[in-house]
Design a binder for this molecule. Structure first.
Ligand code: AMP
Length: 395
């Protein structure tokens, strides 16, 4: 697989109409944007194109409108915020490929920007319909994909359009595949991966791929209890996927065969109920009593995991070490966030809960890379080919 894709700097964009797929799927409350992070992150690519004489046609999905126009999922607030951030008007087209929209795109001049309405207002988007992709492409001369968070989807605006236009990546995708691609292909060693979160089944592909590459694999969070059971421990009422116990055993064996150090929690914060305010206590991993469930890693494990990160060359982290949304069960995740930040390693944080923890705790600036895509970064780390990246021109 090549992660060496052409970027906006490798082509001449001057005087060209450029269709840019962004991830403007921002959180909204009563029509107001509650975090404009995704818009801000898209600015470097948009500004480069505008400054270099392109006429920029932006597009994105927002939420799940299920193929129908729905004002609740309109990109109007995004157009308004882009107008403020860019200091120039960004008009919103009435739809994605209608006649009026096409006329607006045709009239767009160098240095101007237009935002198409939510691509998912048309059911052909998610079906990657070739006619829809062709119509979308017909408005532009170049396609730029900068929506890493949607790159694992083969949709018309993320992949299909590349059948009709020269396609390159923007700065966001360039950074994502540059940092994560290097970790997979040529990591600074020792390479340590930390995986957590609720389910083994969600991360099995990542575990399987990373075991081939890492020196140390650390497993925490709800996932760990399936591994405990695979080793014959009692796990009380902890979350467990019984149909994945055999797979967990295979992973432990694979790690042993490859000489990969495999670290599991040695102690746990256990709770009586799955409840934020439940009674809790700390026990070793071989002593989880009946009727109790593991909800975080314990203090000895925090030290074990943190020590394993000292001197690491590369760290990849995806998934919390416990139910980090609840303050009594957040310490394990916080300890790992701190240890990763202080490791001095090339540090890559998968999207979702681990990215949120790192941001909340103020460690984001200390990390080499906090991925903008949860599902997409998982698939990338699984070694899968992402359609929104595979469709871009190689260098
Ligand atoms: P994921 O989306 O797979 O990264 O999983 C994140 C979710 O895993 C969070 O909502 C956590 O609350 C949950 N989680 C982490 N540790 C545990 C645990 N020990 N028991 C139950 N849920 C957990």
């Amino acid at each position: 697989m090549t992660y060496n894709k052409k970027t906006i700097e490798d082509i001449n964009v001057s005087g060209k109409k450029v269709l840019v797929r962004c991830d403007f799927n921002v959180p909204l409350k009563d029509g107001v944007i509650t975090s404009d992070k995704r818009i801000v992150e898209a600015l470097p690519t948009i500004k480069y194109l505008l400054d270099n004489g392109a006429a920029v046609i932006l597009c994105s999905h927002m939420g799940k409108p299920k193929g129908e126009a729905n004002p609740k999922f309109s990109l109007a607030p995004v157009a308004a915020r882009l107008t403020e951030l860019l200091g120039q008007n960004v008009a919103l087209a009435p739809d994605t490929i209608g006649a009026e929209t096409k006329a607006m795109a045709a009239a767009l001049k160098s240095g101007e920007a237009l935002l198409l309405e939510n691509t998912r207002f048309d059911k052909r988007e998610e079906k990657n319909d070739p006619e829809f992709a062709k119509e979308l492409a017909s408005m532009a001369e170049i396609f730029v994909n900068d929506a890493f968070g949607a790159a694992h989807r083969a949709h018309a605006s993320t992949a299909g359009v590349a059948d009709y236009l020269p396609a390159v990546c923007g700065y966001l995708i360039q950074k994502e595949i540059g940092v994560m691609g290097k970790a997979l292909e040529d990591p600074a060693r020792p390479f340590v991966a930390i995986l957590g979160g609720a389910k083994v089944s969600d991360k099995i592909g990542v575990i399987n791929n990373l075991i081939e590459k890492v020196d140390t694999l650390i497993i925490g969070g709800g996932m760990a209890y399936t591994f405990f059971k695979a080793q014959g421990y009692s796990i009380g009422t902890s979350i467990c996927e019984d149909d994945k116990i055999e797979l967990a055993r295979e992973m432990l064996k694979k790690a042993a065969d490859k000489g990969v150090k495999f670290l599991l929690p040695i102690d746990n914060i256990i709770g009586k109920e799955y409840d934020e305010n439940t009674e809790f206590s700390t026990v070793d991993s071989d002593s989880i009593p009946d009727g109790w469930m593991g909800l975080d890693v314990g203090p000895k494990t925090q030290k074990l995991f943190s020590d394993a990160l000292v001197g690491a060359g590369t760290v990849v982290w995806n998934g919390p070490m416990g139910v980090s949304e609840w303050k009594n069960f957040a310490a394990g995740t916080e300890a790992v966030a701190k240890a990763v930040a202080e490791s001095g390693a090339v540090s890559i944080i998968g999207g979702g809960d681990s990215a949120a923890a790192v941001e909340k705790l103020g460690y984001a600036a200390k990390m080499t890379h906090v991925s903008t895509g949860g599902g997409a970064s998982l698939e990338f780390l699984e070694g899968l080919e992402l359609p929104g990246i595979a469709c871009l021109q190689n260098k």
